[in-house]
Design a protein around this ligand. Sequence first.
Ligand code: QAP
Ligand code: CO
Length: 167
Amino acid sequence: MSQLTILRYPDPRLHTVAKPVAAVDARLKSLVQDMLETMYEAEGIGLAATQVDVHERLVVIDVSEGRDQPLVLINPEILWASDQTQVNDEGCLSVPGIYDGVERSSAVKVQALGLDGKQQTHEAEGLLAVCIQHEMDHLIGKVFVQYLSPLKRNRIKTKMVKQQKGE
Ligand code: QAP
Ligand code: CO
């Protein structure tokens, strides 16, 4: 297993649109293990392949208290999203130190392949529903700060660039 480097906003590679995963094979399983290790080490609850510069439709999530219930979504598709929405504070491993409110569907139904290569559906609400929508946005090149006002987004951009220069 190895830890992967997480791209930081405003890295243009974060806006790449991912392609479907072609096969759930040894290479993919190894990538999933590395992404889980990277997410746990960074104390995140979700990580999309886009964030580690792999442009394939793959996300890993773990919203459990014990950090022992990994969810692997391969080629995920939203089957249904509730009309009811809620605003939650979100953060992102690619935008460290920044948290702000984003409005999203309160509940979603998602279809995806599991690590066993079988199609599964997941019904989610609460934090898991928010996290699934946030991670799936990464796969279409979207970062949560794009939901914020241009003023906020520009402030965040400047802060991130300064932070990275100082490292
Ligand atoms: C997406 O984000 C998410 O700024 C996952 O310094 C976040 O795991 C979905 C993190 C919130 C729903 C609600 C952020 C860790 C982790 C930071 C994350 C930081 C350290 C973010
Ligand atoms: Co994110």
